[in-house]
Design a protein around this ligand. Structure first.
Ligand code: HEC
Length: 112
């Protein structure tokens, strides 16, 4: 009795793997979007532009701007973890993983 022909086992296995792997990437993006909304939009706005009343008052820069995008991943992560000027430090509140996902999130802002 052969229910699945053996030449189908590998492709079917690969398809299953892809389907398993996909939601992880998507989930990482949603987690970043959520933590951005919770922790950052007050000053940086939904789109990172800093166009919120608090953002304007504190002169938060547009995170999608060429100026901010020119900052390295490591330096962006440091600003988020340690703060800078009126930007609060999030190192004790957010894990390094979440901070790195926020860096990726900031990188995607100009493409929206
Ligand atoms: C209380 C307001 C406030 C909150 C909340 C806030 N920021 Fe900021 N952020 C600022 C200000 C103001 C600056 C500009 C700091 C400076 O250049 O002196 C800044 C700068 C930055 C920069 C660096 C850009 C630059 O100008 O060098 C990044 C990256 C950043 N914020 C990301 C985030 C992320 C991610 C969060 C959420 C985890 C967040 N910020 C939450 C106010 C805030």
């Amino acid at each position: 009795m052969r229910v699945i022909p053996s030449r189908l086992v590998v492709p079917v296995f690969l398809v299953c793997l892809t389907m398993l792997a996909l939601p992880f990437g998507v989930r990482a993006q949603t987690t970043a979007a959520k933590s951005f909304k919770t922790n950052c939009t007050l000053c940086h706005g939904d789109d990172g532009s800093g166009n919120s009343p608090t953002g304007k008052a504190l002169k938060a820069k547009d995170l999608a701007s060429a100026e901010v995008q020119a900052i390295s991943d490591a330096d962006l992560a440091t600003v988020i973890a340690k703060g800078k000027g009126k930007m609060p430090a999030f190192g004790s509140k957010l894990s390094p993983d979440v901070i790195n996902s926020l860096v990726v999130y900031i990188r995607h802002l100009p493409k929206k």
